[in-house]
Design a binder for this molecule. Structure first.
Ligand code: KG4
Ligand code: ZN
Length: 340
């Protein structure tokens, strides 16, 4: 007997991207993302404006995802949505939409942990791409999180280490702000680094125990260094921009990999993945490949589209919950702080 095909609608609204995706088994049929430009002029995400923009964008984004997938609204068998972690007002928009949609269509819903989503993006079907085998390690690096995750099974994960202050994405974005870039500055640091000398400037690295991270000291040392140099030469940033970017980028990546390597050696795990917005960084991606070759690791790097926040990763996580009959009921509520 042929198994019935299941179509799942995924919804992501945890920060400043409104996204909807349709998944059929492990194949993404559509993944529509509306990024919010409104925050650029404020130098960071303004929570109230983010919730409002989600409310405006969500229905058009869902309609587009259904159209792109070439299916009908009635074909959708279940809905998965991000319950947390994230900005509460933003999460509430996606959660309320999912509850209404499930009620109106009389279909089940799955309340997804955003951090599971980033990790499980590695299981989306991609031609010619191998998927990780359990257990593997995943370095999840985004604007809100920096975690080394031991992934034991699809929905069974343990955080071995995390940042005690700023996330890696924040380290990129805050440095970018000091250098005069608009928000989010991470991709711009990446771009300018391409032509910069990463060994030109040295910045202090934190000494934190175990597998944890700290990035706030680095940000302060960069700020003081630049203030001092600008006093001597007001064109210092302008004249050294690409070398500054490349040196900062190298420092952040060295910090990230020093702990990841430690975890891999201690646990004897050789399947290593990266995930989250910062995994779009070109040096992080190429360094992981180099490390993989050096240490005999099998490395997993997500497609760009699945690095930053997207609903495809929420849809695939929802699929694994659907298969295990893990459903939410109408009393479910968004949670801004949610552990893995
Ligand atoms: O996962 P994500 O889209 O949202 C959160 O859940 O936070 O990650 C966004 C973060 C931002 O800090 C952004 O600057 C960073 O990812 N990012 C990058 C790059 N692309 C995005 N950082 C460095 N290099 C990049 N190419
Ligand atoms: Zn994220």
């Amino acid at each position: 007997m042929r198994q019935k095909v299941t179509f799942i609608l995924g919804i992501e609204s945890s920060c400043d991207d409104t996204s909807a995706a349709i998944i059929k088994n492990e194949t993404i049929l559509s993944n529509v993302i509306a990024s919010q430009e409104v925050h650029k002029k404020y130098g960071g995400v303004v929570p109230e404006l983010a919730s409002r923009a989600h409310q405006q964008n969500l229905i058009p984004v869902v309609n587009q995802a259904i159209e792109d997938a070439g299916i009908k609204l009635e074909d959708i068998d279940a809905i998965a949505f991000t319950k947390g972690p994230g900005l509460l007002g933003s999460l509430v928009v996606g959660t309320s939409f999912a509850k209404s949609f499930a009620l109106a269509r009389n279909i089940p819903m799955m309340d997804v942990n955003h951090m599971h989503g980033h990790v499980l993006a590695h299981f989306i079907d991609e031609e010619g791409k191998e998927k990780p085998r359990f257990p593997f390690l995943c370095l999840t690096v985004s604007g809100g999180h920096t975690q080394i995750v031991l992934v034991k099974d699809y929905l069974e994960m343990e955080v071995l280490g995390a940042t005690i202050d700023d996330a890696a994405g924040e380290a990129f974005d805050k440095t970018a702000k000091i250098l005069g870039f608009p928000y989010p500055g991470g991709p711009l640091i990446d771009k300018h680094s391409q032509v910069g000398n990463p060994d030109r400037f040295e910045f202090a690295k934190p000494s934190i125990e175990g597998y944890n991270y700290s990035f706030s000291g680095l940000k302060t040392s960069i700020l003081y260094f630049i203030q001092k140099e600008v006093q001597k030469n007001e064109k210092f940033i302008e004249e050294n921009l690409s070398d500054l970017c490349a040196s900062v980028q190298k420092t952040i990546i060295n910090i990230l990999f020093s702990k990841l390597k430690k975890a891999a050696f201690d646990l004897g795990i050789s399947q290593i993945a990266i995930a989250g917005g910062v995994s779009a960084n070109s040096r992080l991606r190429s360094e992981l490949e180099l490390l993989g070759k050096k240490h005999g690791w099998k490395t997993f790097i997500p497609k760009f589209e699945y690095c930053t926040d997207n609903a495809a990763m929420i849809a695939i996580t929802g699929k694994y919950m659907y298969e295990k009959n893990i459903f939410a009921d109408q009393t479910v509520a968004a949670i801004s702080r949610l552990n893995i």
